[in-house]
Write a protein that binds this ligand. Structure first.
Ligand code: SF4
Length: 73
């Protein structure tokens, strides 16, 4: 399934208020998307969960070990 690109990487700016928490492997995984809530919260979504029930749609971060990890470009 193809998905439109969304925000998915941490800010590289120096403003600490713009920082996204470190997500471990999800931070570098091609299957990770960062979603924002209406209240300004941010959530890491695992796209593998769409097709495989072994994965959690919104994994608890930081993720230290994951068999589905695939390094993003
Ligand atoms: S496959 Fe694993 S590392 Fe990749 S986004 Fe999902 S939970 Fe994170």
């Amino acid at each position: 399934m193809s998905r439109a690109p969304t925000e998915r990487r941490r800010s590289t700016g120096s403003d600490a208020s713009d920082e996204v928490p470190q997500a471990g492997l999800c931070d570098r995984c091609t299957y990770c998307r960062i979603r924002s809530s209406a209240r300004g919260g941010r959530f890491y979504q695992c796209l593998r969960a769409d097709d495989d029930p072994h994965y959690t749609r919104y994994p608890r971060i930081p993720v230290a070990h994951c068999s589905g990890f695939s390094a993003a470009d």
